[in-house]
Structure formats: C-alpha cells, structure tokens
Design a binder for this molecule. Structure first.
Ligand code: ADP
Ligand code: ZN
Ligand code: ZN
Length: 675
C-alpha cells in the first residue's frame, strides 16, 4: 500500500492542507492529477499528488486511521504536473503565504482542458528573422564561455550579464540556450512585456525554428494557452519565450532560465500570488541544476548587491558590438529656462537639437512618463486638487476625451467648471502628459509627422505593431511616448532622445524612485544612436544635481550603485530588509481597519520587542477596483526573518478565518507601490 498527500483543486482556504489517500497503484507519482472522493458525501473531486510515501507513518496529514483512509479513484492524465513543480509549489506557499492551490494553479492553463477544436498556434504570421553575426565580440565570447562552462558541467550557477544597451546580450542568450539544447535540456526566455515577446519570438524562430518554440503570456486565448501548454508538456517545444508567467512553464530538465531586462518591475506579479519571477526561477533551477541568467544595461540594486555578495557572478559587456560610442547626454536645468522667459515645454537646447536632428534626416523620441494632457487639475484660489471620489487619486486631464480620468480605476468625469470646494472659477491644469507633448511637437514642427505611443494610443497589439512599423519605416519623425518607448526597441535612425521631465519619476513616493529614474533615463537614452552615428540625449529637469541623473549622464552605473546602496542601508530598506505589506479588504470600512489593527498588535507580540522588525500602523489604501475598503500595515523585517514573519501572518489569517471575519487578507513582499 502507498500513501499520497494530495492538494485539492479548490480555491477555499478551508481546504488548504494536504489530504492523505491510499492507493494500490504503484505508478502513481508526485505531480499526477488524480480523482478522489472528498468530504462527507464522497463527492468526486480532482487534486494533485504532492508527495508519495510507502509507509503509513510518513504520511503528513494522517490523523486519520488507515482503515478509514479513502482510496484514490484513478489518475486523470489531462494535465499532469511533475515532482519538481510540486516541490516548487510547496515552497511558494511558504514564501508568499498563500494556499497550496494558488501555487499549483500557476502551473496549469486557466479553466482546464479547452473545448474540442483545431489546434491553433499563436503568431502564425511570423516567419522568423535572424542573421547570425559573423563572429561574436571578444566580450560576448568570454561571456558565453563562462556561462557555457556551468551549463556543460551541470552546475547550478547564477549570472548577471551587465551589458550596455546594444552590446549584443541577446546573442549571448541564444548561444547559452544552444548549449542547453545540445545537452537535451530545455530553456525559458523571459521578457518584461508581452509586447516584447513578438520581437524575441521572431528572432528565436529564425534561429531555433518555430516548431521548437512555445509562447506563454497572459494575452493568449484560453485555447492557445492550453495548446501551448500541451506542446511544452509533451516535450515538443523545448524553448519557451514568455512574459513573467512563462517561469511556470511545465518544462522538465530545465537547463537555463533567462530574464532579459531583469530590473523591470513587471517581473513582480501584481496579483496573488505576488511572486518575484527570479525567486521562482531560482527554486526551479536548483532542482534541475540549471543556470540562471539575468541581463540588463541597468541592473536592479538588489541584483547588483547579490553580485557583491557572491550569490550571482557578474559578467560585463562594456562595448557596443559596432563600437558606436554611447550617446552624449546633456542635462538641462529647467529653472534657467523659466528665468530666460522660455515658458514652453521644450528647453532651448532641446528645441535646437530637434531642429538639427530633423534637418539631418534623423528621427526623434520624446519621453514623458505620464499619459494624458495634464497630471493635475486644481483650483488656483484654494489649492484643492480634483481627485477620484472612489480612489482618492489625482485626476488626469485627457484633452482627446475632454474628461478628467482616474488612472487607477479608469473612471472618467466631466471637468468641473467651478471648484467643488470654494466655488471659484479658476480651475488650472498642471503637469505635462504625453498629449501635451504631442501638441507642442506638432505646433513647433508642423512639417514633421508626429506619433504617440502610450496606453491610450495602444489598445491592442495591432495598434502597437502599427505605431512601431510606421516609426521603423521612417514615416514617423517624432515619436512621443511613456515608458513603452524606453524598452528594447531597436531602431537605427534615432538621432535624438529628449526626456521632457525627469522629475516625474524622481518624485514618486517609493524607495525605488531614484533607482527607477536612473534606469529609465539610461534605457531611453539607449534608444539613441544605435546605428553607426553617436546619438544625443537631452534630459530636462528641475533637479539637475540629482545623483541618479548625473550618473546617467556619465554612464556610470557603479557610481550610482555606490550612492544608492549606502542610502538603502542607512534607511533600512531592501535589500537590507524585506518590506511586507499586509492588505485587508472588506466591504465594511470598520472591518478592514479592525483586522489591520488587530494584525499589528498580533505581530508585535509574535515578533517580540528584541527583534529589529518594525510594524507600522494601519494606513488606508487606494483600492484598485475602487470598490471595497482596503487598509494595510507595513512590516520592515530583518533579512533572514521573512519566512518566520510570513508564518506568523499565516497564523493570523487562520484566526480571521476561524472567526468568520468577512475580510480578505493578502501579502505583498517588497511591493512596487503602496498606493
Ligand atoms: P542588447 O544588448 O541591447 O540586447 P542586442 O542583442 O539586441 O543588444 O543586439 C543589438 C544588435 O546588434 C542586434 O541587431 C544584433 O543582431 C547585433 N549584434 C549583436 N552581436 C553582434 C555581433 N557580434 N556582430 C554583429 N552584430 C551583432
Ligand atoms: Zn477652490
Ligand atoms: Zn478611481
């Protein structure tokens, strides 16, 4: 007789434990999907075998005598998982304080088996574009050798490939994947945006053949997702290209997981489970002795610190493959512009450069990390800013719709004619959005074709492809955009990049805002001069001495890092601590606040005063859906205590459950926003 601990296919926290069943079937193994009788009436349910044991004692959850123990009905081979996946799921449960089922669910296509029908393959139109370079550069070759030696030896090692923009990192990725395939292993290639998967797949299809690739991201249809999943699981596709959820691909024998642009915030999930992609990747790779490869021109402070601590090996690519020098970055002090009587959004330097660039037949990218027309609408008499009544967030004026829009819940409101507070008619607009930049560009350069790339302009993938195609083809002369333009775009004829207001990201109330500013300015600057002429970058700001901007100007990553890490240490911020945000959501405000307050007291007791951890009092939070009430507490937890703290929090959530308190509790470790 064998005993199986089973995770039930059910969302409820009430069934969140392992249930032990008997089986005579010697073929049943961890990861199998099985049918079982469940509950008082032995209703047939599905579940996954978490682990198998042959001796009664070792069964984990069996406070049930063997003669009463129920028997597995049979194996359901529609969506089989693996032992490694079950191990990873168990680890995720602990790390993120979520249910077993929330973890397992990540690894299977949503909604179960799709309806019958013809198998469909996403990206049918792609033929694959790839030209193998004649030779790798010396730096590229050295990187490939170093990473390759770990792959060939089957050593679990982690690498951070710090390569300036256009240094040919993708070529290194492909060589490393080649090595894995040659050894019969598989590979996962992740990019930070769904939009970037298309470019990557196109290149990979040219190099590895479309039939060996599968795609994983959240915008696939259910059918596509199911079919891709099956192709991966059957071993037909040995390379998965995807956005962050690709890390859950049901591959076996994973040789390498690559995260391109590893610093991007999108690698952190914003819905439960709020996992860090790199953590899940590492866990999976440890099982298979695979290699982790992170790539970036602007590594995250956390990853770079891990290099200093020997957790990752640092590999640098300092030269662009074609030796084009990095762009020349000029910082313009906008206070001087005001003094000189220039009230427009273009500084004199930017205006002049735009003119020269257009005359030279080159293209321009203007970056402004805020969509809409104006980011604030406020009363000049009493200073009241118009806010979304549901979310409490400042409304953004969108000229195209002539509406005040909430960027959190998406609600649109008519622009008030008078101030709701004092009745004054002096309503003013502040802050520059992309619509306003577009308007100015059209006004000052009427002969140049202007286009805009932001979430308002891009409703579907087709919109994105159309805008990018027009720019790539040279039809568009000036492209204005939010961070969508900062990432990964490889255009050869961009002579000038203008950052309209670097202060937008500097002033976000988040401990990462300086890091984020450095990254954005460096990344967007990297769009200039990718051909054979050196590009120009002009950064407009009211804080010209800020160290992030100065470091970006001098292409000095190390200098930026040294300042930033000192500050993080001084302030007790990650990576020196973990910030745990505990959210409480309820239809009743008092319930949410009450639960949050109770949790604070509970945690203070659990942790004890001698511990350095700090539990901050509950704060009201903006709710994403703009419906229920949300309160959160923030806990700064010392390095190494994270699991312990999450264990306490899990205990607390059991209390809420037992007392049937109608409040949803969830955790976010090192959240990207506390709004
Ligand atoms: P990044 O480091 O910015 O990711 P990519 O890998 O996208 O850079 O490379 C930028 C361009 O350089 C690509 O068009 C690629 O084909 C080309 N490239 C990369 N390595 C070489 C090389 N060794 N010789 C010639 N061209 C190369
Ligand atoms: Zn007013
Ligand atoms: Zn709102």
């Amino acid at each position: 007789m064998r005993y199986a601990d089973i995770i039930i296919d059910n969302k409820s926290r009430h069934t969140d434990s392992l249930y032990t069943y008997k089986t005579e079937d010697t073929a049943v193994k961890a990861g199998d999907r099985v049918r079982i009788p469940f509950g008082m009436y032995n209703k047939e349910r599905s579940g996954y075998v978490y682990r198998i044991s042959s001796e009664e004692e070792s069964a984990d959850n069996s406070n049930c005598p063997p003669e009463k123990m129920k028997t597995i009905l049979g194996v359901d081979d529609s969506l089989p998982l693996t032992e490694e996946i079950m191990t990873t799921a168990g680890w995720m449960k602990q790390r993120y304080g979520i249910t077993y089922w929330d973890c397992v669910r990540c690894f299977i296509p949503a909604g179960g088996p799709a309806r019958e029908g013809k198998e469909k393959e996403p990206y049918q139109g792609l033929t694959g574009h790839y030209e193998k370079p004649e030779a790798l550069t010396e730096e590229q070759q050295a990187a490939v050798d170093r990473i390759g030696s770990a792959i060939d030896a089957g050593r679990q090692e982690n690498f951070l490939l710090h390569g300036v923009t256009s240094s040919g990192k993708t070529e290194v990725y492909m060589e490393a994947i080649d090595r894995c395939l040659a050894l019969g292993k598989t590979a996962i290639m992740l990019v930070p945006e769904i939009a970037l998967t298309t470019q990557m797949i196109d290149r990979f299809a040219g190099r590895f053949g479309k039939e060996n690739l599968a795609v994983m991201h959240s915008k696939l249809t259910r059918r596509e997702r199911y079919d891709e999943w099956q192709r991966i699981r059957r071993g037909q596709a040995r390379i998965v290209v995807g956005a962050r959820m690709g890390v859950f691909s049901p591959l076996e024998n994973i040789g390498i997981i690559i995260l391109d642009e590893e610093h991007e915030a999108t690698y952190k999930a914003d819905m439960t489970p709020k996992y860090e992609t790199v953590d899940v990747a590492l866990k999976r790779l440890k099982y298979y002795d695979g290699v982790l490869l992170l790539g970036s021109a602007t590594p995250s402070v956390v990853s770079y610190q891990r290099c200093k601590e020997g957790i990752y090996h640092l590999i640098e690519l300092k030269e662009r493959f074609n030796q084009t020098p990095l762009p020349d970055v000029e910082i313009v002090d906008m206070r001087e512009e005001l003094k000189a009587g220039n009230m427009t959004i273009f500084s004199r330097a930017l205006f002049r450069s735009m003119k020269e660039t257009l005359e030279a037949g080159q293209q321009i990218i203007l970056f402004q990390n805020r969509r809409g027309y104006s980011s604030f609408i406020s009363c000049r008499e009493c200073g009241t800013a118009m806010k979304c009544p549901k979310c409490g967030i400042s409304l953004t004026y969108h000229k195209g719709w002539d509406r005040a829009v909430c960027h959190y819940c998406g609600r649109k409101f008519p622009v008030p004619k008078t101030c709701p507070e004092c009745g004054s008619r002096y309503i003013r607009f502040f802050g520059i959005g992309t619509e306003q930049v577009e308007e100015a560009a059209k006004k000052f350069f009427p002969e140049a074709a202007v286009d805009r790339l932001d979430l308002d302009a891009v409703k579907t993938r087709k919109d994105l492809d159309r805008i990018l195609k027009k720019f790539a083809g040279g039809e568009t002369k000036i492209l204005i955009g939010t961070q969508l333009v900062a990432k990964g775009l490889d255009f050869r004829n961009v002579g000038l990049v203008g950052v309209i207001a670097a202060d937008v990201t500097l002033n976000i109330p988040d401990y990462r805002s300086t890091e984020r500013t450095f990254q954005l300015v460096t990344q967007v600057a990297g769009r200039a001069g990718r051909g054979d002429r050196q590009g120009r970058v002009i950064v407009q700001t009211y804080e010209p001495d800020n160290y992030a901007l100065q470091a970006a100007k001098h292409h000095d990553y190390e200098g930026f890092f040294q300042q930033e890490i000192r500050l993080r240490q001084f302030m007790d911020y990650p990576p020196f601590t973990d910030l745990i945000m505990v959210n409480f959501t309820s239809a009743e405000e008092a319930t949410a606040l009450g639960a949050a307050e109770r949790c604070r007291v509970y945690m203070e007791h659990a942790i004890g005063t001698e511990n350095a951890g700090q539990v901050l009092a509950p704060k009201v939070a903006v709710n994403f859906k703009g419906e229920d009430f949300r309160y959160y507490i923030l806990i700064k937890c010392p390095r190494g205590s994270r699991n312990q703290y999450i264990y306490y929090l899990d205990n607390f959530s059991q209390i809420l459950l037992r007392e049937k308190i109608d409040c949803n509790m969830n955790l976010d470790v090192n959240p990207y926003s506390t709004l």
